[in-house]
Each structure stands twice: as structure tokens, then as C-alpha cells.
Design a protein around this ligand. Structure first.
Ligand code: UD1
Ligand code: UDP
Length: 364
């Protein structure tokens, strides 16, 4: 049987890596598709090199574009590929445009379809990802979830319970597998900073697309930089807008290019706090025990608040929260979500293999 994985954007790669690896133990053929949604080396290829992900079998080369255009290009190319290769199962990861495009094509072609990281809900329809999550989950045959709240959301929406599997978090598999490589001292030396620092990542349209939001964001981040050095590996989205709004005009602000996974996690591990609007970073800080201040009105990952180190903040209270976190110092103890144990990929692979009739692994 042929299992076809669709990836394309930065957060897909650390989620797909453990699934690809674990599924290799079963008698299935795997085809890895990269849609080309992300294409800069630091947004894409570096993850394959650092995480030992096999080179994609196919790159659709869709590139950037407006939502409709980008999603349509992925759909068109995938329809052709699925027609040619006839996969028995298509697997997607997370909530990006490449994911929803694959969901639409696979479901209309009657191909069994699995969503890794199903059921997350921010209930905020102004987020493109929320739309992608809702559509993808509605069309999925197998819904693989990271947390009990995700299972509950799917149940509330009427998804048949036998389609839903709580498997844990494959992103955390990647983190735990590579943790020994996260070198805070080296990361700090590379960036050239000494003393306490805060790492920030910002790329949500809700923070960086509107000029008024950007102005307020710059002021809020400068107030953080008054208290500690801020290192920001800045996503290409919004970079120009932030820089035009004077983001760099503060001696405590260090804006750098996006980092490779290993360097980024090294920097996060050594940080006094993280300020972010990323989804994955809320989860990673929860496992590393680094306080996470999420600059958003909501999160689809509330488990990182109840069972982790995360809290939601507004621009208005951000600097005050950073002050509190710096005063508290490193966390000694913190809760972590159930099943974020480094074995989600194996659980997912078992379910996928069973779905294509290849239940018994050929090697352990
Ligand atoms: C996408 C996802 C978002 C995810 C983020 C992770 C959607 C709808 N959004 O947002 O959920 O959190 O990826 O990083 O799928 N660009 C480059 N180089 C690249 C890729 C993008 O310069 O390699 C620039 C382009 O100007 C592009 C912009 O970034 O227009 C946005 O890229 P896009 O893939 O549309 O969305 P992201 O904001 O990256
Ligand atoms: N990441 C990285 N380098 C960076 C920023 C992020 O390696 O400079 C990693 C990190 O592991 C994060 C993942 O990329 O969890 C995806 O992050 P992103 O914020 O782009 O996507 P989201 O999770 O918000 O969809």
C-alpha cells in the first residue's frame, strides 16, 4: 500500500518527521510531498537536513500567494499527483493552507485521509488556520489528536468516536529526540548576547499585517526590551512592515533571520521567557519549562496553559508579565500534558498502518 504525506510549511516538518520514521517499520510504501508553500532554506530545507527527514519525493513548487491562489495551486498539483499515484492513504499535518488543499482533493477523490493534530480550536474565525482546521477535520477519516480538549471538540461537532484517536504530540517526539543537541550556550554565543534574554517569534496576521497593530506591537516589544535583551528570529511575513515601524530602533532588540530548528530550540532552552504568537512554540516551551507569553486573544492549545507554562497576554500587559516572569526566575516544576512522551509517532504509525491493512511491523 502507498501512504502519501503532504507537507509544505515550516511547522509541518517537525510533526511529520517522527511519523515518517515510525511508519518505515511497516510494510508500506511512503511518498513524501512538499508543496513548496515555504521555500527559503531556513523555512524548509534546513529542517530536512537537521532532522534527517528524507528528501521529498515530489516538490510541487507552489510558492507564496493569496490564500485562494496558493490553495488552488496546491489542489491542482495534488489532484494530478493523486490521479497518477493512486495513494491508499493521504496524511496531513497541522492547519496550514497545504493541509486544507490536500483535504479537499483527497476527500473528493475518495482517498482515505488522516489528519495529524486534529481537533484544535481557537474558535476565532478571523484566523485562516481555524478555517483550515474546521474544513480538514470535517473531511478526515482518521483524526489523530494531541490533547483531550481536541477529542472533546470533535465529539461536540459530531465526529464519529471511532475516527478519533488521542495519540499525543509528534512535535514533542522531535523535541525529545533532539534535546541533547539543544545547546543554549552555543546559541547565545552565536547570537552574541550575555545575561538574561527573551526570545520572541511573531508572524500571525492578527499581529503583523495591520499597520496600527504593528505600531502598538513595536511599542509593546520595546517595553520588553527595556527589561531584558530580546532576540527575535523573524519570520519573513511582516518583517518589512515591522522594520519600517521602527522595530529595530531600540538597543535591546536583536532581530535575526529565522533559525534552524536545533539553533532555535537551543536559544529557547536558555531563555528567561518566550514571547510568541506561534502554535508550535507554545507546545515546545511547555515541555522545556520555559515561561511562554502568548501574544494573542485566544489559543487553540489551551492544554499548554492548564498543563504547561503558557499564558495569554495582551500588548498592554506584556511588559508587566515579562517583569513578573524575570523576577520569578527559572521554573523548578511545571505540569506537562498527558502523552507528550516522545512516542506519538509510533502510535500514529500503528493506526495508519492498520488503516491500509499493513498492521504488523516488518521490523521492531
Ligand atoms: C503559514 C501558515 C501559518 C503558520 C506559518 C508557519 C497558512 C494559512 N499559514 O503562514 O499557519 O503558522 O506558515 O511559519 O498556511 N515567505 C518567504 N519565504 C518563505 C515562505 C514565505 O519570504 O519561504 C513570505 C512571503 O512573502 C509570503 C509570506 O511569507 O507571502 C507568508 O507566507 P505563507 O506561507 O502564505 O503564510 P505564513 O505567514 O508563512
Ligand atoms: N522554528 C524554528 N526556527 C525559528 C522559528 C521557529 O526552527 O526561527 C520552529 C519551532 O520548532 C516552531 C516551528 O518552527 O515550533 C513552527 O513554527 P511557526 O511559528 O513557524 O509555526 P506555527 O507553529 O505557528 O504554525
Amino acid at each position: 500500500p502507498l501512504v502519501l504525506h503532504v507537507t509544505g510549511a515550516r511547522p509541518n516538518f517537525p510533526k511529520a518527521a517522527p511519523v515518517l520514521e515510525a511508519l518505515a517499520a511497516y510494510p508500506v510504501e511512503q511518498l513524501l510531498v512538499h508543496t513548496g508553500q515555504h521555500y527559503d532554506d531556513k523555512m524548509s530545507d534546513i529542517f530536512f537536513r537537521q532532522l534527517g527527514i528524507p528528501k521529498p519525493d515530489v516538490n510541487l513548487g507552489v510558492g507564496s500567494g493569496a490564500h485562494g491562489a496558493q490553495t488552488a495551486k496546491v489542489m491542482e498539483a495534488l489532484e494530478e499527483l493523486f490521479t497518477e499515484r493512486r495513494p491508499d492513504l493521504v496524511v496531513v499535518y497541522g492547519d496550514v493552507n497545504s493541509t486544507v488543499a490536500a483535504a479537499l482533493v483527497a476527500s473528493k477523490m475518495g482517498i482515505t485521509f488522516a489528519h495529524v493534530e486534529a481537533g484544535l480550536r481557537s474558535f476565532d474565525m478571523s484566523m485562516p488556520e481555524e478555517i483550515n482546521r474546521l474544513v480538514t477535520d470535517r473531511l478526515s477519516d482518521l483524526l489523530l489528536t494531541t490533547s483531550p480538549d481536541a477529542v472533546a471538540h470533535l465529539g461536540n461537532e459530531g465526529t464519529a468516536p471511532e475516527k478519533i484517536h488521542l495519540v499525543g504530540n509528534p512535535m514533542i517526539d522531535t523535541l525529545l529526540k533532539n534535546e541533547a543537541r539543544f545547546d543554549a550556550a552555543a546559541a547565545r554565543a552565536d547570537v552574541g548576547i550575555e545575561g538574561d534574554y527573551v526570545v520572541a517569534t511573531l508572524h500571525r496576521p492578527g499581529n503583523v499585517d495591520d499597520p496600527e497593530d504593528v505600531k502598538a506591537l513595536v511599542a509593546a516589544m520595546h517595553a520588553v526590551a527595556d527589561q531584558a535583551q530580546v532576540v527575535i528570529p523573524l519570520h519573513p511575513r511582516g518583517r518589512a512592515r515591522l522594520e519600517q515601524a521602527g522595530f529595530l530602533d531600540h538597543p535591546g532588540m536583536r532581530v535575526i533571520d529565522p533559525l534552524g530548528y536545533i539553533e532555535f530550540m537551543g536559544l529557547v532552552r536558555g531563555a528567561a521567557a518566550v514571547v510568541t504568537d506561534s502554535g508550535g512554540v507554545q507546545e515546545e516551551t511547555t515541555i522545556l519549562g520555559v515561561p511562554c507569553l502568548t501574544l494573542r486573544p485566544n489559543t487553540e492549545r489551551p492544554v499548554t496553559i492548564t498543563d504547561g507554562t503558557n499564558q495569554l497576554v495582551t500588548r498592554e500587559v506584556l511588559a508587566e508579565r515579562v517583569r513578573e516572569v524575570l523576577a520569578t526566575g527559572p521554573l523548578q516544576q511545571w505540569p506537562t500534558p498527558p502523552l507528550w512522551d516522545g512516542h506519538a509517532g509510533e502510535r500514529i504509525a500503528k493506526i495508519l498502518a492498520r488503516a491500509v491493512g499493513a498492521a504488523e511491523p516488518v521490523r521492531a
